[in-house]
Write a protein that binds this ligand. Structure first.
Ligand SMILES: Nc1ncnc2c1ncn2[C@@H]1O[C@H](COP(=O)(O)OP(=O)(O)OP(=O)(O)O)[C@@H](O)[C@H]1O
Ligand SMILES: [Mg+2]
Length: 251
């Protein structure tokens, strides 16, 4: 099952993704996490060190091609594949791949196509693939050719935020990559506004799968740079993300 988490900047995608991985890892460790945000910060919230990104590998290969120094006896595809496997961070709970910087100007289409093929193939070994995306959706289709089973759009608790979620949903339907189910999660919702958010979501025909409260512990962990992965099991947002995970995998 491929799950992509999207939403506009700063709505809580990375926080949600971290807690979703934490919740799913209670069931299986067959999870591939892809940090597809060039301004990567998922490793920090997960509490792992990442030395190299897919972007670094792309740049290294570009340099080797330019200098005519690609290792002999190996195709460029195999070279890339071995490097991707090398930079994959393996933990007891999940494996993590960080995409890093996007391709710069100048088309290295074949390299990008190979990368896409390698990552798509790698994904097949896992029960779950979880992608933390950058704010725009267009990038996703450049990174994968596979269809996404579940897209979760995170939104802030505002009518405008839900409007953005609606636009993301519409855009998703126009992309080459297909999204089977699209759900919305409203984040930092005050209890007294829950009803209103539900009404707005209904008006907009959005499938609201969960509402998460503002949580001081999350704010404090992030402020102090403590990985959200280390949040206690009884953290109220974590518990709610767990319920959302259950709903998604039951589908
Ligand atoms: N439920 C919550 N309660 C309190 N603070 C939260 C909650 N969710 C997210 N935050 C805070 O909101 C900020 C943005 O969260 P996060 O980095 O997860 O968003 P993002 O959508 O991944 O941002 P970006 O678009 O920059 O990648 C962080 O400081 C985080 O601590
Ligand atoms: Mg983020």
């Amino acid at each position: 099952m491929i799950i992509a988490v999207s939403g506009k900047g700063g709505v809580g995608k990375t926080a949600f993704t971290t807690l979703l991985i934490k919740a799913l890892s209670k069931k299986t460790n067959s999870i591939l996490v892809v940090d597809a945000d060039p301004d990567s910060n998922l490793p920090e919230t997960l509490g792992v060190e990442v030395e190299k990104t897919v972007g670094d590998i792309r740049e290294e290969l570009k340099r080797l091609i330019e200098k005519n120094e690609v290792p002999s006896g190996m195709t460029k595809f195999d070279y890339l594949k071995s490097k991707i496997y090398e930079i994959l961070v393996e933990t007891d709970n999940y494996d993590l791949l960080v995409m890093g910087r996007p391709e710069g100007s100048g088309c290295y289409c074949s390299v990008n196509n190979w990368l896409r093929q390698i990552i798509d193939n790698l994904s097949k070994y896992y029960e779950f693939v979880i992608i933390d995306t950058e704010a725009g959706l267009e990038h996703l289709s450049r990174r994968t050719t596979q269809n996404v089973d579940v897209m979760i759009v995170i939104t802030d608790a505002s009518k405008r935020g839900l409007g953005t979620a609606k636009r993301i949903k519409k855009l998703a339907n126009e992309l080459e990559v297909k999204f089977k189910d699209i759900y919305v999660v409203a984040n930092k919702v005050k209890p007294e506004y829950e009803k209103l958010i539900e009404e707005y979501a209904k008006e907009l025909n959005l499938n609201l799968i969960g509402k998460l409260p503002y949580n001081k512990e999350i704010a404090e962990y992030d402020l102090k740079g403590i990985p959200l992965w280390n949040l206690p099991e009884d953290n109220e947002v974590y518990k709610k993300v767990g319920e959302i995970a259950e709903k998604i995998i039951k589908k």
